[in-house]
Design a protein around this ligand. Structure first.
Ligand code: PA5
Length: 441
């Protein structure tokens, strides 16, 4: 399913970069699979494609059907790990133009992932007088941005449908026992879905967090899970021929060799939010104790015309991972007898051929310019391939984090901003911190 090409890093890493990491990888894999080691309590994602809650999965499918029948719009409220996975998969499988398409599934809008007043007003306007439902997603149940958005959309629903009618259109995805959202959902009687204890936000796309909005968009979530399961089965095999081990070792060797930025590049515009999801996955997992490569993303070929100069000749701190999918359709470049544009040397060639040559040319130029390149080749974009790729990146992330000797599964740095914001907003319980921070702003 996934082909990993590491031939374009060989001149940047020691010859034995893989074998010298064998013990580290063995230990990392063993900790992940036995749910031990730093962050072991948060490795529920590793066997999720086999051990997911089948009863809840069926409820997700039924809820998605109900949303499709009841509503022309679904507002998905969440931020970070409670947002990016669903957006990534919907964009990749259904297109970033999904809302513009003719379809019998609802438009999907994302809210609560920022604090922009203009965005909020625009969204309310876009919904207009259409029927809508809300899926509010928050593992902690206390994150400010989604909590505010939910208060607003809950109010709008109640105004439109009454309290009982609104209740029938609200789906809450949160912790099974704790948090303000859990309390609210229990008190109001919303349909609830669970963010499992053992799965952190950035690893939660294949739980109800991602699956309900993805299913509401008409994606076959069973096929998505089956793709992830295939990855789990194939990648669980220990050994240096395992592509997840190889990619983890390559990244680790490149970082050790001085590369401090990893750029994820895609040639499909619909890949953009998948790269955003990937950035959170790697940034939050590895960015600790002064370690970890900064994850960045590029959309080719467009960014070659804006970032290309820097990549080719700027500071030599970067490595690049390219994800390429086989095209689904074909478009052949037409012949033009006048050939004024001088392009007849491409007449009759599929556009995909041009894209492939461009990708190869870019890789070689970047390697010559001192940017090591890793290529991940996937078959066509489908539920199965996307599920596989999600799991691949999650598993490599766990292995890589352990190779770095950090806890890949916590995010203490995210809490720092959250608690400052609570303090500055005057949340009860934060008085002391508020006084201290007010002096500094
Ligand atoms: O990974 C993290 O912890 C964060 O990015 C969270 O996903 C984000 O803050 C949302 O948190 P919650 O789901 O608790 O609202």
């Amino acid at each position: 399913m996934l082909k990993l090409d590491l031939s374009n890093i060989t001149s940047f890493v020691p010859e034995n970069y893989l074998t010298s990491r064998k013990d580290g990888l063995e230990q990392a894999a063993s900790m992940i699979w036995s749910h031990t080691g730093p962050g072991g309590d948060f490795t529920g994602w590793v066997d999720l494609p086999r051990n997911y809650d089948k009863e809840e999965f069926a409820r997700i499918q039924a809820a998605a059907k109900k949303i499709q029948q009841q509503s022309q719009v679904l507002v998905v409220i969440g931020i970070g790990g409670s947002y990016l996975g669903a957006r990534a998969v919907i964009d990749l499988l259904c297109s970033p133009n999904y809302n513009l398409k003719k379809k019998d599934t609802p438009d999907i809008f994302f809210a609560g992932n920022g604090l922009s007043t203009d965005n909020l007003l625009e969204l309310i306007d876009l919904i207009g007088d259409r029927d809508f439902s809300v899926n509010v997603i928050s593992k902690s149940g206390t994150t400010t941005e989604p909590a505010i958005a939910f208060r607003i959309f809950k109010g709008l629903l109640e105004k439109k449908y009454g309290k009982e009618g609104a209740k029938d259109r609200i789906y809450a995805t949160t912790d099974k026992a704790r948090g303000a959202l859990k309390g609210l959902a229990d008190a109001e009687g919303y349909e609830e879905f669970v963010v499992p204890d053992a799965i952190g936000g950035r690893f939660s796309v294949l739980t109800a967090v991602g699956l309900l909005p993805i299913a509401a968009a008409g994606v076959d979530i069973q096929a998505l899970m089956d793709g992830a399961r295939r990855a789990m089965e194939e990648l669980s095999a220990p050994g240096l021929d395992n592509p997840a081990w190889q990619y983890a070792a390559a990244r680790n060797a490149l970082e050790e060799g001085g590369k401090c930025v990893e750029m994820l590049a895609g040639y499909e515009p619909r890949f953009r939010f998948f790269a955003e999801w990937w950035k959170q996955l790697y940034g939050e997992s590895e960015g600790k104790e002064g370690k970890g490569m900064l994850p960045a993303s590029l959309e080719y070929t467009a960014d070659l015309h804006s970032m290309g100069q820097y990549i080719q000749e700027g500071r030599r701190i970067m490595c690049e991972t390219v994800v390429s999918f086989a095209p689904k359709g074909e478009y052949v470049i037409p012949d033009d007898p006048e050939n004024i544009d001088g392009l007849n040397f491409l007449s009759g060639k599929p556009l995909a051929f041009v894209a492939d040559r461009a990708m190869r040319g870019v890789m070689l130029a970047h390697v010559d310019g001192g940017v090591p390149n890793i290529l991940i080749q996937m078959p066509v974009i489908s539920e199965a391939s996307v599920g596989y790729l999600i799991y691949f990146f999650e598993y490599v992330c766990g292995l890589s984090g352990h190779l770095l000797k950090i806890n890949p599964f916590d995010q203490p740095g995210v809490e720092a901003y959250k608690s400052n914001m609570f303090a500055l907003l005057g949340k009860p319980g934060y008085e002391e911190k508020q006084a201290e921070l007010e002096k500094r702003i």
